[in-house]
Design a binder for this molecule. Sequence first.
Ligand code: PLP
Length: 293
Amino acid sequence: MGVCIYVDGNFYTDKEKATISVYDHGFLYGDGIFEGIRAYNGRIFKLKEHIKRLYQSAVSILLTIPLAPAKIEELVIETCRRTGEKDIYIRLVVSRGKGDLGLDPRKCPKPTIIIIADKITLYPPEKYQNGVSVITSSIRRNRPDTLTAQVKSLNYLNNILAKVETYRYGADEAIMLNDEGYVSEATADNIFIIKNSNKLYTPPAYLGILEGITRGCVMELASKMGYTVIEEPFTTHDIFTAEECFLTGTGAELIPVIEIDERIIGDGKPGKHFKKLLAGYQELTRSEGVPIC
Ligand SMILES: Cc1ncc(COP(=O)(O)O)c(C=O)c1O
């Protein structure tokens, strides 16, 4: 299986050779931003949207990406091309770069740009068929007046600690609440619930979530399919009593949730609305995207 990694001007097909400095502030402090992107059958899905979000994250943390968006796009395509693969998971990272051992980002003259074109498997295949179980995490999602969740930053420790909580319960995923107790999102996915057959609810961005690109696709798709899409705060009670629940993300794609905190959702099986939306999403990934060559 082909892998290619771009690091600051060089491409490597041997992943052991793709290295950065231990003085890089991305490593020392999590000072940086990233995107997770997928290519399906030789086409990079929603590439422009991911690049746009990368630059928005950069603005937010006062990081100047030293290349134009079109150049980053080109490099992502080239890194993918060099894998020789058609189905790829791409991790695009821009860190503050090499500095000294202090926090001061002004000591980091040049951001580090990394593009990893590889594969990812977040859940075993049977979970896509049968659904996942989730718990409500005791770890809160970031408040918008701290580092907002809208920035896709290299600081994922809250999310990682929420994920660690799932081990104790044998669950697959964790739902994080915001500081007011409303549902925000899963550790690396957005959440949707279905009520009254044709109403699709998802938390609004202002609650403190990453505005997922998959989330946006599903909202658009659902509207076109005749669902009423509602961005509105909800609580875990709404998940307990939902007809269906599912998560969305570039890495996880669409995955059904069948249990939360020991309550079975709906009939405990992936629902018909989920299946319809999944089919629509798969059709999109098959038919859209920037060609790799
Ligand atoms: C915290 C968080 N929420 C949601 C998502 C889903 O976003 P997207 O659909 O753009 O991949 C991600 C993706 O990594 C994430 O890290």
